[in-house]
Design a protein around this ligand. Structure first.
Ligand SMILES: [Zn+2]
Length: 563
C-alpha cells in the first residue's frame, strides 16, 4: 500500500510549504518520509496543485433536522438526482442531499473531513446512523449543550466542575466532538414562545443569562481540555443590528484567553454581522467585526457565505426560524426537543435582486477579505443555510479574483451594490491562503492533529486540483480555477485513490471521530441524575448512551480533562 504523488505544486500551510514542487509519499494510509519509488503506485501531479484534503468545520449533513428537511422538500430532490453506477449508490438532493450523495459530492471536490454542527443529545443515535451512512469522508458531530437543562442548573449554581464532569459524560455518551451553543438561553425561552435579545436577559426559570452560559461553557471547555473551542451561533442571529451582539459575544470571553489561543468560534458570522435598525436600513457590519478580529486572537470565525440559489434553512434556533417563516411565508417545521433544544426548517431562495440578500452575500465576502489573517476565518456556507456546500468552488473564485466579484456585483440589487464594500477591496487571496481557509485553518481550529496538513505521520487525505499556479493568472482565469476545484483531479482518502477527474473510483466508509473524555472522577450516573432524567424527560436516561459499536467505524480521540 505505497503511493507517491509526484511533482505537484504543494500547498501545506501548517508545515509552511507554499507552492513548492515536491513529492508526497504514502504508506499504509499515512504520510511518510519516502517510499520505494519502483514499487509504489504513482500519481502524476505535474502542473497541478496538491493540498491536504478539505476540512469543513460546519455543515448540516446528518440527523433529525436534516432528515426532516429532506421530508419537507420533495421538490428539492426532483430536479437533482444521481443514478446508481457500478461503484456508487443512487441518491437525490440539491440543498439537502441524501447521505450517500453528500459523501460523494464532498469527495469529488477534494474534501475528506466534515463536521456536523448540531445534534440534540436525544437524537444522537439517529445522527450517528446517518453519519455511518455518509461515505468517503471522516466525520464528527457537536452536541447542542447551551440550553440543556442540566447545564443551565449547574451554571445557575456556579458549579463548573460538576458541569464539566457532566459534559464529559455527555460527550462520551453521545459520541460528540465539541460543545455547540445556539442562541444561548433563547431556545429555552422559545419553549414558552419567547426569545432573549441581549447577553444579559434572564432565561426563564433558570436565573442565568446568555453571558453566563457562554462564559460558563467556555470555562468548562478549558477544564475538559477539548480540542476545539466552544462553537457558538450567537443570539439575535439574522436580526438587523446584531453585529453588536456578535462583538459582545466575542468580548465576553476575551479575558478567558491565554497564550493568544482561541477560546471561541463564532459560526456562520455573516448572519451575525448586520448593521441597521430594520430590513430597509440594513447595512454590512463586516468592517466592525473584522476590525475587532484583526486586533484580537481569541476568536475564530466561519463565513456562512450566501449563494444566490434555492436552499433549505435549518437551525436549532427555533425563534429565528419562526421569524424567517413569517418573513418569507414559506412552509415551516418547528421542532421542540424536550428540555434540550429546539429547531426549525424553512425553504428559502436568496435572490440577486433582493436588497437584503445581496447585502448578505456581500457581508460574507467582506468578512473573509477584511479579516487579514486567514487562520481566523474559514470558508463555509453553513450548508445548507446560506447555500449548498457544492458552491464552494464559486466562493473560492470570488476570494481569489476581484474580477469574479465584479462580475457578480454587476448583477445584484443596485442599492446593495452601491452600499457594498467589495468595490473598495482589492485583496485577492493566494492558493496558500485558500489552503488555510479550506483545510489547514479548519483542522487547526478543530484540534485535528493528523488532518489539514501533509507532514510525516498525517492521515494521507489529499486533494489534487488540475490548475497550474505558475501558468494560471487566477485573478483573470478564475473560471479555470473554479472548474478545477469543482472536480478534483484526484482525491486520496487514507492513502487510497477514491476520486479521479471528479469521478468516484472507490467506495470507502470514513470514520466517525469522537471525544473519549477522561476525568479524574468518572462522571457517574448517580441516583440523583437518574431521578432528574425521569423528572425532566419522558424518556429514561438509558435511551441516551450510544454504544461504540453503534458507529460504523469508530475513531475515539482520548482527551484528559483537568477535573
Ligand atoms: Zn449551522
Amino acid at each position: 500500500m505505497e503511493l507517491l504523488v509526484k511533482n505537484g505544486f504543494v500547498y501545506d500551510p501548517i508545515n509552511g510549504v507554499n507552492g513548492e514542487k515536491m513529492d508526497i509519499a504514502i504508506k499504509d494510509g499515512k504520510i511518510v518520509e519516502s517510499v520505494n519509488e519502483r514499487r509504489a503506485r504513482k500519481v502524476d501531479a505535474s502542473g497541478m496543485i496538491v493540498m491536504p484534503g478539505g476540512v469543513d468545520i460546519h455543515t448540516h449533513i446528518a440527523g433529525a433536522e436534516v432528515n426532516t428537511g429532506r421530508l419537507l422538500r420533495p421538490e428539492d430532490h426532483f430536479r437533482d438526482f444521481e443514478p446508481k453506477t457500478a461503484i456508487t449508490r443512487s441518491g437525490v438532493g440539491c440543498s439537502v442531499p441524501s447521505t450517500f450523495t453528500t459523501g460523494y459530492r464532498y469527495a469529488r471536490m477534494g474534501y475528506t473531513t466534515i463536521m456536523n454542527p448540531s445534534m440534540p443529545p436525544l437524537e444522537a443515535k439517529h445522527t450517528h446512523e446517518e453519519l455511518n451512512d455518509t461515505p468517503m469522508v471522516d466525520k464528527a458531530t457537536y452536541p447542542l449543550l447551551g440550553d440543556w437543562w442540566f447545564v443551565l442548573e449547574y451554571l445557575k449554581d456556579k458549579n463548573l466542575e460538576e458541569c464539566a464532569r457532566h459534559i464529559a459524560w455527555i460527550m462520551n455518551s453521545t459520541k460528540g466532538y465539541a460543545i455547540k451553543i445556539v442562541n444561548p438561553g433563547g431556545l429555552e425561552a422559545w419553549g414558552f414562545g419567547h426569545n432573549v435579545s441581549s447577553l444579559d436577559d434572564q432565561v426563564p426559570n433558570f436565573c442565568v443569562t446568555p453571558r453566563e452560559i457562554i462564559r460558563g461553557l467556555c470555562k468548562v471547555n478549558k477544564l475538559l481540555n477539548l480540542p476545539h473551542t466552544i462553537h457558538v451561533h450567537t443570539n439575535n442571529l439574522g436580526t438587523p443590528g446584531n453585529y453588536i451582539t456578535a462583538l459582545e459575544t466575542m468580548k465576553c470571553v476575551q479575558d478567558l484567553a491565554t497564550e493568544n489561543k482561541p477560546v471561541i468560534h463564532i459560526t456562520h458570522c455573516q448572519f451575525s454581522s448586520f448593521k441597521g435598525d430594520d430590513w430597509r436600513t440594513l447595512e454590512s457590519g463586516a468592517e466592525e467585526i473584522a476590525n475587532y478580529v484583526n486586533c484580537h486572537s481569541h476568536a475564530t470565525l466561519d463565513m456562512g457565505q450566501v449563494i444566490f440559489a434555492d436552499t433549505t434553512t435549518m437551525t436549532a434556533d427555533g425563534p429565528f426560524q419562526y421569524n424567517l417563516h413569517e418573513l418569507s411565508g414559506n412552509k415551516w417545521v418547528n421542532h421542540d426537543v424536550e428540555t434540550e433544544t429546539s429547531s426549525g426548517i424553512v425553504p428559502f431562495r436568496y435572490k440577486r435582486k433582493s436588497y437584503v440578500h445581496a447585502i448578505q452575500w456581500s457581508i460574507g465576502l467582506e468578512l473573509a477579505l477584511l479579516i487579514r489573517d486567514p487562520w481566523k476565518i474559514f470558508m463555509t456556507t453553513d450548508h445548507p443555510n446560506a447555500g449548498p456546500f457544492t458552491s464552494y468552488p464559486r466562493i473560492i473564485a470570488w476570494l481569489i479574483s476581484k474580477k469574479a466579484r465584479e462580475a457578480s456585483l454587476k448583477r445584484i440589487n443596485l442599492r446593495a451594490r452601491n452600499r457594498s464594500l467589495l468595490d473598495s477591496i482589492d485583496r485577492e487571496l493566494s492558493f496558500y491562503e485558500i489552503a488555510i481557509m479550506t483545510r489547514a485553518g479548519q483542522a487547526k481550529a478543530l484540534g485535528l492533529k493528523n488532518k489539514g496538513h501533509l507532514g510525516v505521520g498525517a492521515d494521507a487525505d489529499i486533494a489534487v486540483y488540475n490548475v497550474n499556479p505558475e501558468r494560471t493568472d487566477s485573478s483573470r482565469k478564475y473560471k479555470t480555477v473554479r472548474k478545477a476545484f469543482k472536480k478534483a483531479a484526484y482525491t486520496i482518502k487514507d492513502g487510497k485513490i477514491v476520486v479521479k477527474n471528479g469521478e468516484i473510483q472507490k467506495h470507502v466508509n470514513g470514520a466517525t471521530m469522537w471525544l473519549n473524555v477522561q476525568s479524574s472522577e468518572l462522571a457517574e450516573i448517580t441516583d440523583d441524575m437518574k431521578r432528574r432524567f425521569r423528572e425532566y424527560w419522558t424518556v429514561e436516561y438509558e435511551n441516551y448512551p450510544v454504544a461504540e459499536n453503534y458507529l460504523g467505524s469508530s475513531n475515539p480521540i482520548t482527551v484528559k480533562a483537568s477535573v
